[in-house]
Design a protein around this ligand. Structure first.
Ligand SMILES: Cc1ncc(COP(=O)(O)O)c(C=O)c1O
Length: 451
């Protein structure tokens, strides 16, 4: 990191430490009982995360009395904002009726019915407690349905933390071979057999992807991808590429799984509806649980039949002590009933306006930045070149990104640490203006420090 940039970062960190003294103490004591002082790697931020007291509407309040305008939204989950009154009411009512039973409820049916009606690829659906479980079950289903064992994913694609998707998610630059994309373990001593079963392909590269699919087609059960790549600042995939994947998977009897755990929020029926490209299976999470833990996977009737104990095709026992618990189901129904076509239109228009204004600030200051995103999702990438895949994304300048994040946090704006974020239905031009104005302030300082 250059000297001037380091000075900027030191200054911002010092301000943060001064205003989060109670969080610092909590962090220290929490480290005695949890590695890193918390229980989720994505909660980590330098020099330590602030501890939350509570949150409502647009804002999170920390235990030192600081407020943060929240664009992080628990990784895009909170589409109605924090502690939405109707969700609070629904949960208070449900909690008096019991929190979990090992039998179905009407809430399960209602949420399933809403999602089946909204999402083009989903004829039948099942609920889990996390997105990780959803992608794991969808992959299992694809294997059972096709009677093939290998899976393909894309370099830099994140689909949760189970073993078969923990391959080439964040490979280091030094590990990448120029022309090939061998699977790279996300942790040491991952069984080699996993790497043999996972084919890694480059996003947006038709030629290389075609070659790999054809090479492994007889063993390939499924391809899992995000139509809008959350790891790369919510970069929408090229539609030509997406259509190519749809066509070749249909032709070769490979199940196409869209991971819409984040991208579902772009329209009534998710990115598949917005792009009019329909997969065989879809995984969901985040938004659809109304702020409670959730995941879901669904798709063609004939694939989901594998989970039906009354069917002759029954093959996969899908257990889960808290699957479809009534609290999550009722919160999910409430959030979905509150999301109408107009909400998507206004959130997405605001997102478009935000990306336009951010681009114009960076142009005005002449700072090389790629503003990515789609609909209500955005990413700010300090990168001189267009981002198309993992290898172009990792050229983002992480030193500048750290300074930018730290400055906004001190201003009372919370982004994801990689400087991406999402809008919710409560946001207006006021929130956008605050983010854009603060961006201008720090962008000027960064420009002076670096160029
Ligand atoms: C695209 C995508 N897939 C899967 C997951 C895993 O979901 P969960 O954290 O609920 O297990 C996430 C979570 O961030 C995600 O963004």
């Amino acid at each position: 990191m250059n000297e001037k940039l380091k000075n900027l970062l030191d200054l911002e960190n010092e301000k943060y430490i001064n205003k989060t003294k109670n969080s610092y103490i909590k962090h220290q004591t929490s480290q005695d009982v949890m590695p890193g002082g918390n229980t989720r790697t994505t909660q980590w931020m330098d020099p330590y995360p602030f501890f939350v007291k509570n949150a409502s509407g647009l804002n999170i309040h920390d235990i030192d009395g600081n407020n943060y305008l929240d664009f992080m939204l628990n990784a895009t989950t909170l589409i109605l904002g924090h502690a939405h009154p109707e969700i609070v009411r629904t949960l208070s009512n449900q909690i008096k009726e019991g929190t979990v039973y090992s039998a179905p409820t009407d809430g399960q049916f209602k949420l399933a019915d809403i999602l089946v009606n909204r999402i083009p690829s989903i004829e039948k659906i099942r609920f889990t407690n996390s997105g990780t479980e959803a992608t794991m079950m969808a992959i299992m289903a694809a294997r059972s349905y096709t009677r093939k064992t290998k899976i393909a994913k894309f370099e830099g694609g994140y689909h949760g933390t189970h073993d078969h998707v923990s391959v080439s998610v964040y490979p280091k630059k030094s590990e990448l071979n120029e022309s090939t994309h061998p699977g790279i373990s996300e942790y040491s001593s991952q069984p080699k057999s996993i790497l043999e079963d996972v084919i890694v392909m480059p996003y947006n590269d038709i030629e290389k992807t075609k070659e790999l699919i054809n090479k492994y087609k007889d063993d390939l059960s499924c391809i899992i991808l995000e139509p809008i790549i959350s790891n790369f600042g919510y970069l929408p995939l090229d539609l030509e590429f997406l259509q190519f994947i749809r066509d070749i998977t249909t032709e070769l009897n490979i199940v196409l799984i869209f991971d819409e755990i984040q991208s579902f929020r772009v329209s009534n029926g998710g990115a598949q509806e917005a792009f009019n490209i329909i997969p065989d299976m879809t995984t969901l999470g985040k938004v659809i649980g109304g702020g409670l833990p959730i995941g879901a996977f669904g798709g063609k009737d004939e694939i989901m039949d594998l989970f039906d104990p009354t069917s002759k095709n029954f093959d996969i026992a899908h257990a889960g002590t808290f699957n479809g618990n009534p609290l999550t189901m009722e919160a999910g129904v409430t959030v979905m009933n509150n999301l109408k076509q107009n909400d998507f239109i206004s959130m997405n228009n605001l997102g478009e306006e935000l990306r336009k204004q951010l681009r114009s600030v960076f142009d005005e200051i002449d700072l090389p930045v790629q503003v990515t995103g789609y609909a209500s999702l955005f990413g700010i990438n300090f990168n001189e070149n267009k981002i198309t895949d993992y290898r172009s994304f990792i050229n983002n300048n992480s030193d500048i990104a750290k300074v930018f994040f730290a400055y906004l946090r001190n201003k009372g704006i919370l982004l994801q640490v990689k400087n991406a974020g999402a809008l919710n239905t409560l946001m207006t031009t006021n929130e956008i203006d605050f983010l854009v104005d603060s961006t201008r302030e720090i962008a000027i300082q960064i420009k002076e420090a670096v160029y």
